[in-house]
Write a protein that binds this ligand. Structure first.
Ligand SMILES: Cc1cc2nc3c(=O)[nH]c(=O)nc-3n(C[C@H](O)[C@H](O)[C@H](O)COP(=O)(O)OP(=O)(O)OC[C@H]3O[C@@H](n4cnc5c(N)ncnc54)[C@H](O)[C@@H]3O)c2cc1C
Length: 430
């Protein structure tokens, strides 16, 4: 069973954020209109939107707010879903997919608007570049630009030829790029605290150190039991436990595999060196199957993510492993110190499709963000909350997507995924 710790892992984010006062002191109410299990972005967005709609909302987080993937991720704020629009179109049809493409842009603008309205100091920086490592994947960048123009009239994306790529990223590894001026990057833990403040200001109560052990539907609503024996009753429940869901809802847990993903942050490089590496201060990810992503930080370090493990555990000598990846992209950083290195879990479904839905009018969830959740958690919250407020059509279209259980449970599922990934890793090389 997953057990969170009482405090944040030692990430660069935790080291550069003034911690919010711990919400442990506030015991949860015995009754609420809505209880939300999990204090990451999905849970907090639901808390914010439901409280704004006048619901009495209590959010329960087993550890600290943002302790899961939300408070330790790469901070890249890029529209779209992990599965890609083509696969979504095959699953839910062209009209709703076109609507989701617009919803994805709207979610990004909602995030920007919240940051502006509440003056959230989260180091927001504009612009994102998707780069191709392999010549044969340059085509995919051009296709994405054509698709955006054709399907939802988006003319902002720009193709970057290799010759001009140096103005975006100073690396010999990449062949071409796709520039999105509206995508962005930020400090996710600082931003998350801003979202938490907004949810509280709207009237939601947030409770840390409250692990939900079990729940069941009763005649008069949903009843929950916490690890310390306390009980709660609510009319509606939102399950927002991400990759850490496990025993609180085994049926959901069976459909996601918690895959380890890792980040390293270098020693300070200085502003001039950072601007040489990434002249526009944009975030970057590549379009490999097992992707790498990076950006520079406000204190002028390189934050670099990548590497996946399917069989649990952290790679041996993680900082050295991350340095090797950094130097492969930026040979000029050979010998650089890696001051911080950490991992987190992403919630991967078997076919990389979102797993969003509801059971009747009482129990709602969204999981399966597959490592791309900063914008999609806001999309999912929009759909889940509109369903809870009486408009379920768009959520139900997602709920109809079939996400199979991992065959043989987590252990065998992890082995199968590891085998699958070895195949993809090979295709990233040849
Ligand atoms: C290393 C890493 C890098 C990433 N980089 C990016 C990126 O750059 N851009 C991007 O778009 N996405 C990125 N992602 C993915 C993104 O962070 C996630 O998709 C998103 O944060 C998921 O949010 P969530 O609210 O669903 O889950 P989480 O943030 O994981 O929150 C779930 C919470 O539920 C709590 N919980 C679990 N069980 C219980 C229980 N029984 N009772 C109470 N609470 C419970 C957990 O403690 C946890 O805090 C990254 C993920 C990782 C791990």
């Amino acid at each position: 069973m997953f057990r969170g710790s009482d405090d944040y892992p030692s990430t660069w984010y935790a080291a550069t954020t003034v911690p919010r006062q711990q919400r442990r002191a506030t015991p949860p109410p015995v009754e609420a209109d809505v209880v939300i299990v999990g204090g990451g972005f999905f849970g907090l967005y639901c808390a914010l939107l439901l409280a704004q709609a006048g619901r009495r909302v209590a959010l329960l987080e087993a550890s600290r707010l943002g302790w899961g993937a939300s408070g330790r991720n790469g901070g890249q704020l890029v529209p779209g879903l992990s599965c890609g629009w083509g696969r979504l179109r095959a699953a839910i049809g062209a009209p709703l997919t076109a609507e989701m493409q617009r919803e994805s842009q709207r979610a990004l603008q909602q995030i920007r608007a919240l940051i502006a309205e509440r003056a959230i100091d989260c180091e927001l920086a504009d612009g994102h570049v998707e780069v191709a490592v392999l010549e044969r994947r340059v085509r995919a960048l051009r296709d994405a630009i054509d698709e955006a123009r054709r399907d939802w009239g988006d003319t902002r994306l720009r193709f970057i030829e290799r010759a001009e790529l140096g103005a975006y990223v100073d690396s010999p590894r990449y062949r071409a790029g796709l520039f999105d001026p509206d995508a962005a990057h930020l400090h996710p833990l600082k931003y998350l605290f801003g979202v938490a403040d907004a949810a509280e200001a709207a009237g939601a109560t947030l409770h840390e150190g409250c692990r939900v052990s079990r729940w069941h539907e009763a005649a008069d609503g949903v009843r929950l039991e916490l690890a310390d024996g306390a009980t709660l009753r609510c009319a509606q429940l939102v399950l927002a436990a991400g990759a850490y869901v496990d025993s609180v809802e085994p049926r959901l847990a069976a459909r996601v595999l918690p895959v380890g993903s890792f980040i390293g942050v270098t020693a300070p490089l200085g502003e001039a060196a950072c601007r040489r590496l990434l002249p526009g201060n944009h975030a970057v990810y590549d379009n490999q199957f097992i992707l790498e992503y990076f950006r520079t930080t406000a204190d002028h370090r390189l934050l670099f993510g990548g590497r996946c493990t399917y069989l649990g555990g952290t790679p041996h000598r993680l900082a050295d492993a991350m340095r090797a990846n950094i130097v492969r992209a930026f040979p000029q950083l050979r010998g650089i110190g890696v001051d911080y290195a950490w991992g987190g879990h992403i919630d991967v479904t078997l076919r990389r499709m979102p797993d969003w839905g509801r059971r009747g009018e009482r129990v709602y969830w969204a999981q399966g963000f597959c490592g791309h959740g900063m914008v999609p958690t806001r999309i999912a919250a929009n759909l889940v909350v509109e369903a809870m407020l009486g408009e379920p059509a768009r959520l139900d279209a997602f709920a109809a997507i079939v996400n199979p259980r991992f065959p043989g449970g987590e252990r065998v599922g992890a082995l199968l995924q590891a085998l699958g990934m070895s195949w993809y890793r090979l295709r990233d090389l040849i």
